[in-house]
Design a protein around this ligand. Structure first.
Ligand code: ZN
Ligand code: ZN
Length: 415
């Protein structure tokens, strides 16, 4: 057997862009595309723009985030400035989605950008941004349009993942990991994604047929029962957005996930990986839930930021998502800690604080009002933050409505 050499970098970048447009977005001729990207991701953003136009996009509009400009704000802006956000921008994005535009975010930000800044200012800036973002977030979370997030390896991100390697080597290693996880290394990435989506669909169908009323996670530092929302449905892989377009919201994705009941989470849970939250690392999280709400929270690092996050609003201390990922997933097998939720959440089972996905209900949540979603247990919040609670030491049982425990995962793997 001879190993096929990997294609050269420009070819792989081009394939990733093609997968982002064809698999991630399913972009349709005539659609507008709104893209956000870090400045370090310009080459991928340009490749995606080219593929979007080749797929028939009418207009691609990209907003770049510049780390140096963000730091200049923390260094020089007045104290009052940190309660301010670009509401006009997010309203404009919401308008674009309502009128049919697709949405693509390139992630690859410096995970520690704001680590040295005043946590109170970071929290205020995040809260102002979260509030301003609500109209756009609701459309995205409800899949009003087709959207995707894809990552670009960037130097600041690579330095965090490989602190001991020279910068160029770190960047090359991170790109290798991004390409492998995004399934673009084989001869036909688009059909590789089709079969991956079929596997995830089979998994969700099995869980949906089981109709568990709760999941129980047990392992070192964890004994957590997560009640599932009434009429919940398991989701994973490709999604049909409300505009009828099939998209993959996350590239990569390994998870199957559903909506927990906001009032029915009990017990103690310990994080299994650090959480990189808007420039700060929160590590060693340990929390206790009672009647769905976090009543005690500690963290080895970033505890002050975690405490502020939990105070964002009433729903910030409750769960909006529970997701299962085998510990042997390709991303987990890389053994890397990515400090990037899109990657780390696909290395381990996880829960998310905050906003629930309304589409993880029977019939995709179609026609359910806010009040009806809430009655079924869906949480509401300005935030949605995933953190990892799974590992090769964690067992998961599904609990049936009459209290029977059915093994779902043992030592982090599907039973
Ligand atoms: Zn998730
Ligand atoms: Zn999530």
């Amino acid at each position: 057997m001879t190993a096929t050499p990997l294609p050269a970098f420009p070819e792989r970048l081009d394939r990733l862009a093609e997968v982002a447009v064809r698999v991630g977005l399913g972009l349709k001729p005539g659609q507008e595309l709104v893209m956000t990207a870090p400045l370090d991701a310009v080459p991928l953003a340009r490749a995606i723009t080219e593929h979007a136009y080749r797929a028939g996009a009418s207009l691609v509009t990209t907003f770049y985030a510049d780390d140096a400009a963000t730091l200049a704000r923390f260094a020089h802006a007045s104290d009052e400035a940190f309660d301010h956000a670009a509401g006009w921008l997010y309203s404009g994005m919401a308008d674009a989605y309502r009128s049919g535009a697709a949405r693509l975010a390139i992630s690859g930000d410096n995970p520690s950008l704001l680590a040295g800044q005043d946590p109170a200012k970071v929290a205020r800036a995040n809260r102002a941004r979260s509030r301003a973002y609500v109209p756009a977030l609701e459309l995205i979370a409800g899949f009003s349009t087709n959207w995707t997030i894809v990552s670009a390896a960037t130097k600041p991100w690579a330095r965090t993942v490989f602190p001991d390697l020279p910068e160029d080597e770190a960047l090359a290693r991170l790109w290798d990991a991004v390409f492998a996880a995004s399934r673009i290394d084989g001869p036909d990435p688009v059909s590789a994604w089709e079969s991956h989506n079929a596997d995830l669909r089979a998994r969700t169908e099995r869980l949906n047929a089981s109709r568990f009323s709760a999941l129980r996670f047990t392992g070192p530092g964890t004994n957590l029962t997560v009640g599932l929302a009434d009429d919940h449905e398991w989701c994973g892989g490709a999604t049909t957005a409300k505009n009828g377009i099939v998209c993959n919201a996350n590239i990569p994705t390994e998870e199957v996930f559903t909506t927990p009941h906001k009032d029915r989470v009990e017990g103690i849970v310990t994080s299994t990986k650090p959480l990189s939250y808007q420039g700060t690392l929160i590590d060693g999280i340990r929390v206790r839930f009672a009647e769905g709400r976090i009543v005690e929270a500690t963290a080895r690092t970033g505890a002050d930021v975690l405490a502020k996050v939990l105070e964002t609003d009433e729903g910030a201390a409750r769960l909006g998502e529970v997701a299962l990922v085998p510990a042997s997933s390709a991303i987990s097998a890389s053994g890397l800690l990515f400090y990037n939720t899109l990657y780390d959440e696909n290395a381990a089972s996880h829960i998310a604080l905050g906003q629930a996905y309304s589409k993880c209900f029977r019939n995709g949540g179609e026609g359910l009002s806010e009040a009806e979603l809430s009655e079924r247990g869906a949480n509401r919040s300005l935030i949605h933050i995933d953190w990892m609670i799974g590992s090769a030491d964690i067992d998961v049982d599904g609990l049936t409505s009459d209290g029977e425990a059915v093994p779902v995962m043992r030592k982090g793997e599907w039973v």
